[in-house]
Design a protein around this ligand. Structure first.
Ligand SMILES: Cc1cc2nc3c(=O)[nH]c(=O)nc-3n(C[C@H](O)[C@H](O)[C@H](O)COP(=O)(O)O)c2cc1C
Length: 179
């Protein structure tokens, strides 16, 4: 079996998950920017950070994959929004639908992990984006806020880390399932 873990990460939380998954499964983990063709792999595990609803590197990585017959595709998102909340999951999945072909979206096993944010480390563009988002969200009536909106307000300008490596266990089980 030819398996691979690919990840899209800017500030390292997704990379932490990918590297731990690699350690536990003995499957190599590489950043999405270093891979062009994924068609030779039987199992493709993609871990990507959520940025403004999109999953970093996901569309680019899967764009060239045309034939997914006999392949196992596992996609895990890493974001600030709490994946225990159903609304968050629905939003993430709606956005995944747009970034993937219908066939890949329907066949991929999806997982949602929680990352973190350290405002002290954000680059200028990201800090500006988050400030604008925070200001817009703060103007909303509380009863209209989604859990994601509340998370933006609660974590603004802070350093928070929700990385929980135990949450990789479900993904490991899925990798072990025979196709
Ligand atoms: C500009 C910006 C946009 C973000 N957009 C989202 C988002 O749409 N949904 C979400 O759950 N988290 C969002 N986040 C939080 C990141 O997904 C979170 O910090 C994640 O852990 C980053 O992964 P990385 O450390 O691997 O880059 C955003 C963070 C930044 C800085």
């Amino acid at each position: 079996m030819n398996n691979i873990i690919i990840y899209g990460s800017i500030y390292g939380t997704t990379k932490t998950y990918a590297e731990e998954l690699a350690r536990e499964t003995k499957i190599s983990a590489i950043p999405f920017k270093t891979i062009d063709d994924i068609s030779n792999y039987d199992t493709i595990i993609y871990l990507g950070a959520l940025y403004a609803g999109g999953v970093l590197g996901l569309a680019k990585t899967f764009k060239k994959l045309k034939d997914i017959k006999d392949k196992k595709i596992i996609i895990a998102t890493v974001g600030l929004a709490d994946p225990k909340d159903k609304t968050n999951i629905t939003n993430i999945r709606n956005s995944l639908k747009v970034q993937l072909s219908k066939e890949i979206f329907e066949n991929a096993k999806l997982f949602h992990l929680r990352g973190g944010i350290d405002y002290g480390k954000l680059n200028f563009a990201h800090k500006t984006m988050m400030t604008l988002l925070y200001q817009k969200t703060k103007r909303m009536k509380e009863e209209n806020m989604t859990p994601e909106d509340k998370a933006i307000i609660a974590t603004y300008n802070k350093q928070v880390n929700f990385v929980d490596l135990n949450k990789l266990n479900d993904i490991i089980k899925e990798i072990e399932v025979e196709n």
